[in-house]
Ligand binder design. Structure first.
Ligand code: HEM
Length: 161
């Protein structure tokens, strides 16, 4: 006969939750609905991302010549169309916010020290903000017909292509 386990497991949200000497739920008050909204956001952005990501893969890799048609002109042609600009912008923002919030959760779950969690999250938010800003700028400032470019690489609507 095996001996019954003596470990006492605290209620997950209790103030004094302690596992292996590590104290959790350090934030104090849990009255804000931020975590609930973040939880909902992960599910809702996941559903929208399914459509955006698989639509993106289908159009880029399977329609027409598929992956063989991808070059500078292909990207220039897509971003000359406001529909694909908005598609890519929403995909970028949702993927980054979804991924960043997911990593935030993992940091909260696995990093024990307050200072470690703080600096990991600072690094995460700075990196994420940088990618969102840079990606957004690229989508809206992309020059599809740069002067002096090899005409063979340009989109069909560029002068001299
Ligand atoms: C293709 C569509 C996607 C769907 C349907 C989806 C769905 C989900 C869902 C439902 C969760 C919550 C899981 C949980 O709380 O237990 C989640 C977590 C997460 N997702 Fe996504 N996701 C998608 C795309 C992405 C992308 C593009 C990224 C990265 C940029 C990403 C990164 C993450 C991360 C880091 C987590 C946290 C994992 C964890 O808590 O262990 N996901 N995803």
């Amino acid at each position: 006969m095996s001996t019954p386990l003596k470990t006492k497991i605290s209620v997950p949200r209790s103030r004094d939750l302690q596992v292996d000497g590590v104290k959790y739920n350090r934030a104090g008050s849990s009255r804000s609905s931020f975590e609930m909204i973040a939880w909902l956001f992960m599910r809702m952005s996941g559903v929208v991302l399914l459509v955006l990501v698989f639509g993106h893969l289908y159009v880029n890799l399977m329609v027409g010549d598929g992956v063989h048609a991808i070059d500078f002109g292909f990207v220039g042609g897509k971003w000359a169309n406001p529909f694909w600009q908005v598609w890519d912008l929403v995909m970028l923002w949702l993927a980054m916010l979804h991924g960043t919030n997911g990593i935030r959760t993992i940091i909260d779950d696995y990093a024990d020290r307050n200072t470690t969690r703080f600096w990991l999250k600072v690094l995460l938010f700075v990196a994420s903000g940088f990618v969102i800003l840079l990606g957004t700028m690229v989508i809206f400032t992309f020059e599809p017909c740069p002067a002096g470019a090899d005409p063979a690489l340009l989109a069909s609507f560029c002068p001299g292509a």
